[in-house]
Design a protein. Structure first.
Length: 191
């Protein structure tokens, strides 16, 4: 990932994790502000399925199974059919996970680790992000969703895509846990 894209990704991820656990401050960039807006909308609209996914993950794995979490995050960003909505879902899911983990651990250090993981996972989408304008392209994408137009066709399209993606992820994740031999699972190379 290009250094500036990497740095901006880390800044947006850190800002969103902080916001989710109650650390409020002015967004450090326009892209962080845009992520706050759209990811919170997705969290609000899809709270129940996202919460189920977070709870399912936490109940199936110990808190510090970071490799397993990275696998779940990689499943969320299908690099062959990449869309901004997948990145938004990744942030919404990880933000809800940060809240749960900080409540359990009573420690906010997990937020830094989660922000680093988002940055690492999005490194896999570097080429797509650059082709789509980087974080500037994301801001342009979110500008379509102005608060005064909450039911625009584009907004409905985003939420329809988000709903389908969340349902697919939840079903896929639960099948992997229930029937491990039936559903192929991406393994990370050993380091």
């Amino acid at each position: 990932m290009a250094t500036s894209l990497h740095d901006e990704t880390l800044m947006v991820a850190n800002d969103y994790m902080d916001l989710c656990v109650g650390i409020e401050r002015t967004p450090p960039s326009e892209s962080a502000k845009a992520m706050r807006y759209i990811a919170k909308k997705v969290e609000d609209m899809y709270w129940l399925p996202l919460r189920r996914l977070v709870q399912s993950f936490l109940s199936n794995f110990p808190i510090h199974t970071w490799t397993e979490l990275r696998n779940v995050m990689l499943d969320m960003v299908d690099r062959e059919n990449m869309r901004w909505s997948q990145i938004v879902i990744l942030f919404a899911f990880t933000g809800m996970l940060a809240v749960q983990m900080s409540t359990i651990d009573e420690d906010f250090t997990c937020c830094r680790r989660l922000a680093d993981m988002i940055t690492d996972v999005l490194r896999e989408t570097q080429e797509w992000m650059i082709q789509n304008g980087g974080w500037r392209g994301f801001v342009d994408y979110v500008r379509i969703f102005r608060p005064e137009y909450p039911v625009s066709p584009v907004m409905r399209g985003l939420f329809t895509a988000a709903n389908v993606a969340i349902a697919f992820l939840l079903i896929n994740y639960l099948l992997k846990r229930s029937l491990p031999g039936l559903v192929p699972f991406k393994k990370l190379p050993e380091t």
